[in-house]
Design a protein around this ligand. Sequence first.
Ligand SMILES: [Zn+2]
Length: 457
Amino acid sequence: MRARSLVPPLAVLLLAACSGAVEPAPVPPPTPTPPPPATVVPPVASVVPAPTATPAAAVAAPEGPPGKLNVLLITIDSLRADMPWSGYPRDIAPALTAFEKKAVSYTHAYSISSYTAMSVAGLITGRYPGELDRSGYFFSSYPDTVLRFPMLLQKAGVRTLAGQAHFYFDKQHAGFHQGFDDYEMVSGLVADNKTDSNISSPQHLALAEKMLSDKANTGKQFFAWFHFMDPHDEYMPHAGIGPYGKHDRDKYDAEVTFTDQHLAKLFEFVAQQPWAKDTAIIISSDHGEAFGEHKRWRHGFELYEMLVRVPLMVQAPGITPRRIDAHRSGIDLAPTILDLAGVPAEPSFQGKSLVPELYGKPAEDRDVIVDLPRTSDNDRRRALIHDHFKIIAWGDDYSWELFDIGADPGEEKDLKKADKALFEDMKRRYKEAVGKLKDICPRHTDTLKGKDKHHRC
Ligand SMILES: [Zn+2]
């Protein structure tokens, strides 16, 4: 949620009032975050197992879900991939760790982008953010006409509900509420466009339990989504947790623990419900978080591993828990959720349903695209992950970085000059993959960042 001002200058407000526009105003670039004291943070991938050379073997399991399921999606803002279940040495998330043991869990999952406004939009539309009709501002808004997968669920008669805990998610900003029958916000949130100092998990848990207890919501097949916010900066202290230390990662870890404690209660609540046996639960994040890697802190702006590797795990009736090393992306969630609910996906969706492999089919490796379109605050970045290589394109592909993320998880050694054949091959793969995207310009192009002032989009 790396924040920019959402408070438009008066002139823009007047203009917006005249034009009927509701876009947030362009704002000056942020003051760079001063680096905190150095903390030794291992590269995300160094504590996450490398992919196996062969696809995960199929395990004996049913062919698919036993009927049309309810789906509960829990996303946790800024949750990095290096967590206790993937080798992080501090036991900061016992409930999530226990959940992972009983889940199909992806060791190489990527977010769609590296900050909320792009990544969550991609998740709920099943498309890359550069393909979406959008305002073009950092805190982008998305018009009602953009198809969101909950709209398809609604049309099929599935009840859709969501409870959110950041002002950007409210009905006046992003437009994420489209397609939900019941969409509620945690009350009493302080709107701050630079950071998030709200402590929202207790109220968020209460809201989730209230909404999930409502027979109008869960009396028939439903999809529910709750996006927990507390690991997002600012990293707030919590009585009884730690302190783990004085560095940012230490403070962040305490926020993860705090969130985990509330998720434990949510899992307990869900387990007691009559509908639990017919419900799939998906846990993931919208992006990671940086603690000094590549001189970055917090998130957004770049696509290095610590910003885009995320947990992804699914519990569902009839699955056999296992870990899958194949590369996957949040782009796969829209078709997966629809598939679990028994609702056909939309051909424009870019991802693929994970349901066959959740139920034991082999998981073949696939290339992953990560897309950060140009906005009022950042130039474009795009990455392609193929096997254990990753190529990152800057701007309109004017500059490149190439890494062997298997051997060099910290992305420290750019290989584009050292291995020209590999570089040409990865460039070709990248161009072929992104050539299939249907990029469009945002509605406001005048403030887009970029090198070429005459070709911003
Ligand atoms: Zn976020």
